[in-house]
Ligand binder design. Structure first.
Ligand SMILES: Nc1ncnc2c1ncn2[C@@H]1O[C@H](COP(=O)(O)OP(=O)(O)O)[C@@H](O)[C@H]1O
Ligand SMILES: [Mg+2]
Length: 312
């Protein structure tokens, strides 16, 4: 096990949900076992990054990127964490548009790593920064893997509390390879309430379980549409299915994100709803999601710490 060290409690809390609750602690010291995860030799797989989480689903178009963006911004804004966002969808990168970023990353002179581009308090990296907007990305498997390697370990992320990975759709080679190579701390599964999406969400969750990545939970996107004129609620893609699926698969149900024109519009404009309408119902749901994710990661870390340690 690692050596014991004294660190200021404020620094410790910065990466915890307790920090979100803004404790009135000025200065106190606490004795902790220093970074157990590192001692176990499993994580982190990118230097300086405490936790890497994937936002995934088996299916495309269910709102992975929208969720990843709003979650990342909420983690930075509400939880005051240092956050990175990696666009791992190398064939269909969405992050440049959704985060309103279009520059090319600079390369650091000393270690020749790409410097992430920042907006809304989040450091981002995407294949979209490196190729033209309309150029086709036609690659075979091994090229995808080496591109992903460059986008992860070839980037000067700096010190990060959380790196959010916006995953490509599906449960194939690329997804498996990302899950294993990055040694994810957890995976967040996104699904719409309809059956076809839920079936793929199950597949996604099972893939992570196979490679021993813990599931943070299931978030239902596009859950309910509230008519902006009369306020009537419509469950366009059905209701209750995601909660039921989460229960059946022993995953935590992490909440519902409404189906709203504003979410789509703000995504397209690169001004995520958690920034453009922080008091909206959707923003509150994303902030709650961010807090739940932080709590879950803490739970996982505690679980790991309580496991018998093997000295290597
Ligand atoms: N809750 C929502 N309400 C309205 N539109 C949404 C919502 N979530 C996603 N969208 C829109 O649906 C489309 C697909 O979302 P996206 O995040 O790109 O999905 P994925 O990454 O899973 O392919 C986008 O145009 C996005 O703006
Ligand atoms: Mg996407």
């Amino acid at each position: 096990m690692g050596f014991m060290s004294l660190i200021p409690i404020k620094q410790l809390l910065r990466s915890s949900s307790a920090y979100c609750q803004r404790w009135g602690v000025v200065r106190a010291y606490v004795s902790v076992a220093s970074n157990e995860k590192r001692v176990m030799g499993k994580r982190p797989s990118i230097e300086g990054v405490k936790d890497i989480i994937a936002v995934a689903s088996g299916k495309g178009g269910v709102g992975k990127s929208t969720t990843a963006v709003n979650l990342a911004v909420a983690l930075a804004k509400t939880c005051q964490l240092k956050v990175g966002l990696l666009d791992a969808d190398v064939y269909g990168p969405s992050i440049p548009t959704m985060m309103k970023l279009n520059g090319k990353p600079e390369v650091s002179k000393d270690d020749l790593k790409m410097i992430p581009i920042e907006n809304h308090g989040v450091r981002c990296m995407s294949m979209g920064f490196l190729v033209g907007k309309d150029s086709p990305i036609v690659w075979r498997g091994p090229m995808v893997m080496s591109a992903l390697e460059k986008l992860t370990r070839g980037v000067a992320w700096g010190q990060l509390d959380i790196l959010v990975v916006d995953m490509p759709p599906g449960t194939g080679d690329a997804q498996l390879s990302i899950s294993q190579r990055l040694q994810l701390s957890g995976a967040l599964i996104v699904s719409t309430p309809q059956d076809v999406a839920l079936i793929d969400a199950r597949r996604g969750a099972n893939m992570f379980r196979k490679v021993e990545v813990p599931i943070l939970g299931l978030i239902e996107n596009m859950s309910c549409f509230k008519c902006p004129h009369c306020g009537e609620q419509s469950y366009i893609f059905g209701s209750g299915g995601a909660r039921r699926t989460a229960d059946e698969m022993d995953m935590e149900f992490l909440g519902e994100i409404p189906l709203e024109v504003e979410i789509r519009k703000t995504s397209d404009e690169g001004n995520p709803i958690v920034i453009s309408a922080p008091d909206s119902e959707a923003s509150k749901a994303y902030s709650e999601l961010a807090n739940k994710v932080v709590n879950k990661l803490e739970e996982f870390t505690k679980g790991e710490q309580n496991r018998p340690q093997i000295l290597l």
